[in-house]
Design a protein around this ligand. Structure first.
Ligand SMILES: Nc1ncnc2c1ncn2[C@@H]1O[C@H](COP(=O)(O)OP(=O)(O)O)[C@@H](O)[C@H]1O
Ligand SMILES: [Mg+2]
Length: 342
């Protein structure tokens, strides 16, 4: 039976810097309260998630797409019982991930953003030990280990220590380990970051394959092509908030016009803005400064002549045009004014 996931008004506030960040000073071990308001006053506070609600359906491939620092790993951390939510609730199947951690954990497999493999073990040992931990019989875990080593093209390295593996091989190992106990839900945090194109395609095939067996997959990515190619539905997350969700097709067609033309002039007077807005097929024109404008339109290239004409009429020089076809990137730009890659 496939398992769904429900997230209700999830909030996460970190009150100390991430472990990797350089620490500035000593510890603060008392939280001071400002009288009356009951608000904690702390040295450090990062709101990583702000009221996130989501429904991930049983048996789908669901993606969380967003730039660095958006809150993707924090969401995965909470869903996989590693991170305690500050507010709100999350359920894997019927289990509250914080209150019923053991039951929730049995249903899930996790591929963390950074592989945390035991360097003192061989590839085979890592899988066998993981299977034993989850109570598989010796026969079952041997069978499953061989099967996964084969699937991930690691058979010829089975008895090598993972210490000497390449980044791509460690990532494959990390995914194989997460699949070892055949979990109903597989979480993958940025599974293809840093992978070569070939391994990435292998990974996509493995994910699709696992999903076809009725498993629910939740992955995070900052690659829009990956989200587009792999996910049945996705949520776009930025600064701890969901800014859009739906199927890739729905999301792409939700942008007014679909095409985005980013144009730059030597200056951008009001009459030129008006001229651009009046062009056929243009649904929206935005300008963040005095020389550049973003046109959302139902066509791309055919608009250039009109844009050049409008510029000439206003006595302005057209310096640059960039056309983007409907994509998740243009959707993100539309909602945030920034590029996913910024
Ligand atoms: N363990 C942590 N302690 C303190 N702050 C953290 C921790 N993990 C993440 N953060 C902060 O929370 C925000 C969201 O981070 P994260 O969930 O890792 O985003 P993403 O995975 O989308 O890059 C960032 O500002 C990050 O610095
Ligand atoms: Mg992350």
């Amino acid at each position: 039976m496939a398992i769904g996931i429900r997230i209700e008004h999830l909030r996460k506030v970190y009150d100390s810097p991430p472990p990797s960040a350089a620490r500035g000073g000593g510890f603060s071990f008392t939280a001071q309260r400002s009288a009356g308001k009951g608000e904690k006053k702390k040295k450090f506070e990062v709101v990583a998630l702000e009221d996130v609600s989501l429904e991930i359906r049983a048996g789908e491939i669901f993606g969380l797409l967003g730039p660095n620092g958006a809150g993707k790993s924090t969401t995965i951390g909470i869903l996989t019982t590693r991170t305690r939510p500050t507010g709100g609730r999350a359920f894997v199947g019927e289990f509250d991930v914080w209150k019923e951690q053991v039951s929730a954990k049995r249903l899930i497999g996790v591929v963390p953003q950074r592989p945390n493999l035991d360097f003192a073990l061989t590839a085979r040992e890592i899988l066998l030990f993981h299977g034993a931990y989850f109570g598989q019989s010796a026969r079952e875990r041997t069978r499953r280990t061989d099967e996964l080593l084969e699937k991930f093209k690691l058979t010829d390295r089975a008895d090598h220590m993972v210490r000497n593996f390449s980044g791509g091989m460690m990532q494959r190992m990390s995914i194989a380990r997460a699949m070892m106990h055949d979990p109903e839900v597989l979480f993958l945090d940025e599974p293809s970051a840093g992978l070569d194109p070939q391994t990435r395609l292998l990974l996509w095939e493995i994910i699709r394959d696992y999903n076809r067996a009725g498993k629910t997959i939740v992955l995070t990515t900052h690659y829009m092509d990956e989200a587009d190619a792999l996910c049945d539905r996705l949520a776009i997350i930025d600064h701890g908030r969901i800014i859009a969700q739906g199927t890739p097709r729905e999301l792409k067609s939700s942008i007014p016009g679909g095409y985005l033309l980013r144009v730059r002039f030597d200056r951008l007077p009001d009459d030129l803005m008006a001229g651009l807005r009046a062009l056929p097929g243009v649904t929206e024109v935005r300008s963040a400064d005095h020389i550049a404008a973003d046109l959302y339109a139902d066509r791309g290239g055919p608009l250039i002549a009109g844009i050049a004409g409008a510029a000439q009429e206003a006595g302005v020089t057209l310096c640059d045009v960039h056309i983007a076809e409907p994509s998740l990137e243009t959707l993100f730009l539309h909602h945030t004014g920034r590029s996913l890659r910024d």
